[in-house]
Structures are given as C-alpha cells and as structure tokens.
Design a protein around this ligand. Structure first.
Ligand SMILES: Cc1cc2nc3c(=O)[nH]c(=O)nc-3n(C[C@H](O)[C@H](O)[C@H](O)COP(=O)(O)OP(=O)(O)OC[C@H]3O[C@@H](n4cnc5c(N)ncnc54)[C@H](O)[C@@H]3O)c2cc1C
Length: 257
C-alpha cells in the first residue's frame, strides 16, 4: 500500500549515513512495512543499499546479514547439513516464494511476530544478534533473548540489527523440525526445532523458549508464555508442543545413536 505520510527516502552509503532523523524508519524488504499504514513515519532509510553479503563465514561463525532475504538464505551454498532445516523454516512462513525474495531475516526478527520463522531458526541455532547502536558501537545478544514478546524486542530506537552470527558447530549438529497449523496452509501454531541438545519452541509461545533436550518435561512444565490467538488456544498449543517436542528429542537421540 502507499504510505501517505512518507516524504523522504534515503539509501545510505555507509554506517554514518544510517543515523536516523526524527520520523525516519528502517526499510528492509518492506513486506510488512508496506502492508499497513505507518502514521508515525515520514522517511524511509533503505538498509539494502549497504550491500552486506547475505551469508558469509566470519571469525568462526556463519554470519547471516540482517538484509539477507529468506530466498538468499535458503539457496546459500554455505549451509552444508543445515540446508534442509533452513528450507523447512522458510516453508513455515505463511508467505509465497515471491515474498520470500523480498522478506529479510533481520526484518522478520525485528518484527517479532510469534510465527516469525527466521526468529525460530536463528534462536534454534543459538544465533547471536549483532546490533549496531546509534553512537557507533555494537552490542551482541542471543536472538532468543532479543525477541521478548509479541512485537516486542530489546532493540532501542535507532538500533540496527546488522547480522545474526551462528556458531559453526551448529552446521554439524543433528537437527529435527516439527510444525503444526490449524489448516494445511495456515499460519504456524507451534514450531519446535531441535539442534544438538537444544529444543526451541516458537509460534506456540509469545517469545522463543529454549529447552534442554535432557530435561524436556521439566522445561515444558515451566513454560509460562503460551500464545493465545485465532491460530490456537494456549492449552491446545501447550499440548501439541509437548507432543512435537518429544518427537524432536526422539529424532535427535536417534540421529546421535
Ligand atoms: C503474504 C505475507 C505473509 C507473511 N507471513 C508471515 C509469517 O508467516 N510470519 C511472519 O513472522 N511474518 C510474516 N509476514 C510479515 C513480514 O513479511 C515478515 O515478517 C518479513 O520477514 C519482514 O521482513 P522485511 O524485510 O520485509 O521487513 P520490513 O517490512 O522492511 O520491516 C519490518 C520491520 O522491521 C524493521 N527492521 C527491518 N530490518 C531491520 C533491521 N535490520 N534492524 C532493525 N529494524 C529492522 C523495520 O523498520 C520495520 O519496523 C508476512 C507478510 C506477507 C506480506
């Protein structure tokens, strides 16, 4: 849709030009930004102009740029054994392949919707968010903690999610993926991803929940953030998540045996 309040559009050449003026908002793929009115926004600053490599190996981590599109991530040759898991996460989106060519990993995480499949993936892989702070500094935080709730992150005004760093160990770990939705092509009601001994629940909860495979029942019993929306009641989500999580742990154990 047209954003009638927008009067300016900038394509920053470097980090200095990334500093936001009052009323300016970061633009990534624009798939959400242009989907509803943005009354407080008078200018857009296009992150994609910075030309960050979508996926690269940097200092012992797999670095996924915030501007990496879902399609670029799925097709990256650097994923190795992670490729099927990344494909499964991308397929968990309620979006077509056309949208996947525009929607970015960073935009998905910054938006912090429970059914944010790139949040699910990044949290499951123990990804660390690299955040550029407005004063020129940088801070790092696990993606599983950066996303705090529905449309709620730790990102302060002016902060830019630069990348998600994934430990290279994750590329060799056994993985398992389970998802359920109320209809075959519906929005995810629960997504459970196992990587190594880490079980991550999203979509069923308001924020990512990371459980230890070895203490699954205890972990599930302690979850206090089951999500309630038209895609599933909290008690149903808790029940199906427990089933999916047990399947994930069984699959991880089978792969390790
Ligand atoms: C048909 C359709 C289906 C969809 N299905 C889903 C779904 O199943 N699950 C889901 O979660 N979403 C879904 N979405 C919403 C949205 O498209 C995705 O969340 C997408 O990944 C957002 O990425 P984007 O690059 O388009 O972000 P944009 O729309 O460009 O930006 C989204 C928000 O994040 C901010 N932002 C973007 N990048 C950064 C950054 N690097 N640092 C800080 N802030 C940033 C922007 O300022 C804006 O507030 C869907 C959208 C459509 C149109």
């Amino acid at each position: 849709m047209d954003l009638h309040t927008v009067r300016s559009f900038r394509r920053p050449a470097d980090r200095d030009e990334l500093r936001l003026a009052p009323g300016e908002t970061l633009l990534a793929g624009g798939t959400w930004l242009f989907s509803e009115p943005q009354p407080g926004t008078s200018g857009l600053v296009d992150l994609t102009a910075l030309g960050w490599p979508p996926v690269e190996v940097v200092g012992g981590t797999l670095r996924i740029a915030a501007t990496c599109t879902v399609a670029e991530l799925v097709s990256s040759p650097l994923l190795g054994r992670l490729a099927p898991l990344v494909r499964a996460a991308a397929d968990a989106f309620l979006m077509s392949f056309k949208i996947q060519h525009a929607a970015t990993v960073g935009g998905n995480i910054a938006l912090a919707l429970p059914a944010g499949a790139m949040t699910s993936l990044a949290a499951a892989l123990d990804g660390t968010a690299v955040v550029w702070t407005p004063g020129g500094g940088e801070r790092r935080e696990p993606v599983a903690e950066l996303v705090r709730g529905v449309r709620d992150t730790s990102l302060a005004p002016g902060e830019v999610l630069r990348a998600v760093d994934v430990p290279l160990d994750a590329l060799a770990a056994p993985t398992a993926f389970r998802r359920i939705a109320l209809t075959p092509h519906g929005r995810s009601s629960a997504v459970v991803i196992g990587v190594g001994d880490r079980v991550t629940v999203t979509a069923a909860t308001t924020r990512p929940v990371v459980l230890a495979a070895g203490r699954l029942e205890e972990g599930l019993a302690a979850v206090d953030c089951w999500y309630d929306d038209p895609h599933g009641a909290p008690d149903w989500r808790a029940s199906v998540t427990a089933t999916l999580a047990r399947q994930v742990v069984a699959e991880l154990r089978g792969a390790a045996a």
